[in-house]
Write a protein that binds this ligand. Structure first.
Ligand SMILES: O=C(CO)[C@H](O)[C@H](O)COP(=O)(O)O
Length: 222
């Protein structure tokens, strides 16, 4: 059983006619977007707010009408994946590099539904290195300052080149070990000049849809 597909498709059951829907990024929410595309072709009327260029392109190909963030006040529901989630509904996101737009979209959503397979649901965050988006300008200095919080930041590289986000920034992947105070680390990271945003989502998600390889789907509400 494809656990990501199970979770991704299940989450779409929360979407109702007329909603503005935040469209996350990644291989799990991909299934949600495909399903939404199918439903839109039938009769569902929604407007999507994409969290990355990749998602924007997919939504356009599927005929999902899109709306610009700047022309709306609020999003009804955002569906997005996560790299890790704990029972406190705290997340690490940004494995795909879309964390800034993902956090902006989720932060104006009445509800954020996280879709994942069971391997992402963990007791403590921190096995997955925390992505931190930083400006290209002065990145070495920013990296040094991030390291003082207790990690060895690694500049993300793709195809032998520095990875560049949709916003023109770099990503540091930061292994902090077990993150016991996500709220504090989130605040401390974002206080560093040069840090644009980090992948910790605290007090944002309210529903988790977890697909299991044995075929069952668990839905947990905050
Ligand atoms: O945060 C993300 C992208 O920035 C993704 O949601 C996260 O990496 C999970 O991806 P996937 O569903 O492919 O495992």
């Amino acid at each position: 059983m494809n656990a990501k597909k199970l979770a991704g498709e299940k989450a779409v059951e929360f979407i109702k006619d007329g909603m503005i829907v935040g469209l996350g990024t990644g291989s799990t929410v991909h299934w949600s977007i495909l399903k939404l595309g199918e439903l839109v072709k039938q009769s569902l009327t929604i407007k999507g707010v994409p969290t990355s260029k990749q998602t924007e392109q997919l939504a356009k190909e599927l005929g999902i009408p899109l709306v610009n963030m700047s022309s709306i006040e609020q999003i009804d529901i955002t569906i997005d994946g996560a790299d890790e989630a704990n029972p406190e509904f705290e997340l690490i996101k940004g494995g795909g590099g879309a964390l800034l737009r993902e956090k902006m979209v989720a932060s104006i959503s009445k509800r954020m539904i996280v879709v994942m397979d069971e391997t992402k649901y963990v007791a403590h965050l921190g096995k997955f290195p925390l992505p931190v988006e930083i400006t290209q300008f002065g990145w070495e200095m920013t990296s040094k300052q991030v390291s003082t919080l207790g990690c060895e930041p690694k500049l993300r590289v793709e195809n032998n080149l520095s990875f560049i986000t949709d916003n023109g920034n770099y990503i540091l992947d930061c292994h902090f070990g077990e993150i016991l105070d996500a709220k504090r680390l989130n605040e401390e990271l974002n206080m560093i000049p040069g840090v644009v945003e980090n992948g910790l989502f605290v007090n944002i998600a309210d529903t988790m849809v977890i697909g299991n390889s044995d075929g069952h789907v668990e839905i947990i509400h905050k």
